[in-house]
Every structure is written in structure tokens, then in C-alpha cells.
Design a protein around this ligand. Structure first.
Ligand code: SF4
Ligand code: SF4
Length: 322
């Protein structure tokens, strides 16, 4: 983050706003991934994503712009479902968001071609979820297979986002094999890795044991020195060993508003919805902001301490205004 962006984010917090907004612009997705949190019961205000009425066409474009005009975020994540289901609407929306100076991130499986004209939009990041090596990924994320992704990202510079699962950590050298496949490609700008985050009390093969989590952290610490595109600072990686104890302690959850596909329902306490198990959180964004929060400024004051004082001030200001 550049200094000007930190100052802008701080200004937003002080005035009681969320610097970051995430919108599930569609309930539709052609994939059926095991462990997908969006389609779990209770994800969005007691419903799952498929049960909400989503918008299409101009209604969607105008609805997103209304949210942006009201909340004035500095950063907008467009997620789903899969946002590429609504690529025609995004074709209209992305240039309008660029004109407003908002940093936009579109998170997709790249199941279809990413429109070429998006490559020239400033302040747009394309994040493609690729969960594992080809045999497991193709089985898990059909129709967004490796072959399709490679064809569909041509002409772009994308961020690869991989969610590490327990199954991956049960095969020696898996993370390195993944990086050695994707890192050398010109279309890949950077690689991010999260870890699977379960709901409270969930049992699933995707969940990492404490030992697997520690091994993943140690491997990432070594791999970041070999693969420059693994864009994860050491401090961020170490945060996976002690995630925020609750949503209240999670700077990411506190600074991001997530809105579902009806453009009304708020997803709480964070983008996972339902009752996520913070003690096993593996979200890279949460870890990144936790690392910033633990950064010492001076005289024992941390950036997190300044953030908490600023949000308290922002909340009071909002109440006074109300
Ligand atoms: S691509 Fe994303 S939204 Fe679609 S099923 Fe998979 S995890 Fe869920
Ligand atoms: S992002 Fe992780 S730590 Fe933050 S509230 Fe959600 S599950 Fe908890």
C-alpha cells in the first residue's frame, strides 16, 4: 500500500466509513467446489447464496453504482458466484468504477474468456482462483480446468490465488510443484496463497491440522525466497500461526463490508458468512492486515492500536451524525 492510500484509508475509518467493500454480484456459478462457503446454509443472513434474488443487466450496474456512491469505498472486490457470469454488465461497470478512482478486484475461476478490453483498465486486478495441481484442480473445479484457464487468461496479467487444503499438505512438495508450474508464465503477475477456513465445528478433509498449518507456513517462508512472484511478506505468512481471535479483533472484517447478490443482504462477520472459525482462519487478506496491525510505530504503539482508536472515533462520529 502506498502512503497516500494508507492516509486515504485512515481518513475513511476516521469518518466512520469502511475503506473496503466486497459485493457478490451474482448467485450463479458453473462450478460446484467442495467446501465452497458461498453455498453453505446460513452464508448470507440465514440463507445460502443460491436462495437470494440476484440482479441482471442495467439493474445490476445501477445497483452496484448506488452502493459505491453511498459507501464510497477505496477498494471494491467483485466476487460471486462467479462474476464472469455477468461479464456484459462488468463491461459497462468497470470503466465507470475506474472513472471514480476506485481500485477494483474481480475474483473469478476464469471458466470463460476474460474480455480483452479489461486488460487496459487501470486500477483493475484480476484474481483467478486455482486450487491445486491439474489432476485435483480439474476434478474439483470443472469446467474451469487448467486448459481453459490457460486459454482464458491470454493477454492479461493476473494474480493466482490458491487455497491450501489439508489434502495438498498430505503430499510432499505440493506447494513447490504448484509454484513451479504457474510462476514462470508471463500472464502471472503474482501468486497469493490462503489456507482453507472452516466454519465452527466443521469436519472436512480440506481442513488443515495444526501440524499441517505449521508445515505450510514453514514451506511458504522458504518458497518466497525462491519464487519472487509469491507475493507474501514474511510477517504476513507468520500470522497464519496466530489468526485473529474473533471477528472483533480482525482488522479485515472490521474494515470490509460484504454485500450479497440481492445488493441488500449484509454478510457477517466477514466474507465467509455463517460462523467462521477464526482460530483456523486462513484468509490472506485477514493475515495481511493483521501483520500491518502488529507493526510497531513508536513507543510501544502499534498500527493496530491506532486503527482501533480511529474506528472507535469513527463509530462515535457516525452516531453523532445519526
Ligand atoms: S468457483 Fe467459487 S463460488 Fe463457484 S462453487 Fe467454487 S468456490 Fe463456490
Ligand atoms: S476473516 Fe478470518 S479472522 Fe477475520 S472474521 Fe473472518 S474468519 Fe475470523
Amino acid at each position: 500500500m502506498r502512503t497516500i492510500e494508507v492516509i486515504q484509508a485512515w481518513g475513511a475509518i476516521l469518518s466512520g466509513r469502511s475503506p473496503s467493500v466486497s459485493i457478490e454480484i451474482t448467485r450463479e456459478c458453473p462450478l460446484r467446489c467442495a467446501g465452497c462457503y458461498a453455498y453453505e446454509e446460513g452464508h448470507a443472513g440465514g440463507f445460502n447464496l443460491r436462495q437470494l434474488h440476484d440482479k441482471k443487466g442495467d439493474e445490476l450496474v445501477e445497483g452496484v453504482l448506488e452502493i459505491v456512491n453511498e459507501l464510497r469505498p477505496l477498494h471494491l472486490s467483485i466476487v460471486g458466484g462467479d462474476p464472469l457470469v455477468r461479464f456484459r454488465e462488468l463491461d459497462k461497470l468497470l470503466p465507470l468504477l475506474e472513472q471514480r478512482g476506485i481500485h477494483v478486484q474481480v475474483v473469478t475461476s476464469a471458466f470463460r474468456e476474460i474480455p480483452q478490453q479489461w486488460a487496459s483498465i487501470n486500477r483493475l486486478s484480476l484474481v483467478v482462483s486455482i486450487d491445486g495441481l491439474q489432476p485435483e484442480h480439474d476434478a474439483r473445479r470443472k469446467p474451469a480446468t487448467y486448459d481453459r484457464i490457460l486459454a482464458n487468461i491470454r493477454g492479461h496479467r493476473i494474480t493466482v490465488h490458491c487455497t491450501i487444503t489439508g489434502q495438498m499438505m498430505r503430499q510432499a512438495g505440493y506447494l513447490e510443484s504448484f509454484l513451479s508450474f504457474w510462476a514462470p508464465r508471463d500472464e502471472i503477475k503474482r501468486i497469493w496463497m490462503s489456507m482453507f477456513t472452516p466454519q465452527k465445528g466443521a469436519v472436512a478433509p480440506e481442513i488443515l491440522t495444526a501440524d499441517e498449518r505449521e508445515r505450510a507456513v514453514n514451506e511458504l517462508l522458504g518458497l518466497r525466497q525462491v519464487y519472487e512472484k509469491l507475493d507474501m511478506p514474511e510477517g504476513l505468512i507468520r500470522e497464519f500461526l496466530s489468526p485473529p481471535s474473533s471477528p472483533r479483533e480482525c482488522i479485515f472484517a472490521q474494515t470490509t463490508q460484504t454485500i450479497s447478490a440481492d445488493l441488500k443482504t449484509r454478510i457477517t462477520p466477514c466474507q465467509f458468512g455463517g460462523e467462521p472459525d477464526c482460530s483456523q482462519c486462513g484468509c490472506i487478506a485477514s493475515m495481511g492486515l493483521a501483520a500491518v496491525g502488529h507493526h510497531s510505530l513508536a513507543l510501544g504503539i502499534t498500527a493496530g492500536g491506532v486503527y482501533r482508536a480511529s474506528t472507535a472515533f469513527g463509530r462515535t462520529l457516525r452516531k453523532v451524525r445519526a
